[in-house]
Design a protein around this ligand. Structure first.
Ligand code: ZN
Ligand code: ZN
Length: 129
């Protein structure tokens, strides 16, 4: 173990690790053990690889939240009976639309939700280009 300046942060610390990528000798704080590289190379690796899965996680999270919201709405309408709330939800599972509605104006709410969903899809497709 040598005590000298870390080649990444410049701190005088026990330089115990060598980065696999850039061969810098770095201190404990600058080394990512799970990948065997310094924090600088690690941040660069992160930009290159796992970003592909990140929007997918967001999508799944959003889907889970929508699902939870629907369960909550259904549960509250069952629990509280004739509450004057109007709910309309349209979910697309692939090409299959699931339309849920409750309340006295559910038809209008569903219509509104359908229009919003179509607009949302159109907007999404436009942004992808
Ligand atoms: Zn360091
Ligand atoms: Zn490195």
């Amino acid at each position: 173990m040598q005590v000298k300046a870390c080649q990444l942060c410049g701190k005088l610390a026990p330089v115990t690790h060598t980065c696999r990528q850039c061969k810098r000798k770095v201190c404990e704080a600058c080394f990512k053990h799970e990948v065997g590289v310094c924090s600088k190379c690690h941040s660069r690796l992160e930009v290159e690889t796992p970003l592909l899965t990140f929007p997918m996680k967001l999508f799944l999270l959003g889907f889970a939240l929508i699902f939870l919201g629907i369960i909550f709405l259904i549960a509250s309408s069952i629990l509280y009976g004739n509450v004057q709330t109007t709910t309309g939800v349209v979910i697309f599972v692939g090409p299959i639309p699931i339309i849920l509605g409750s309340g006295p104006y559910s038809f209008l709410a569903i219509l509104f939700a359908t229009i919003l969903t179509i607009l949302g899809i159109a907007f999404f497709l436009l942004l992808r280009k």
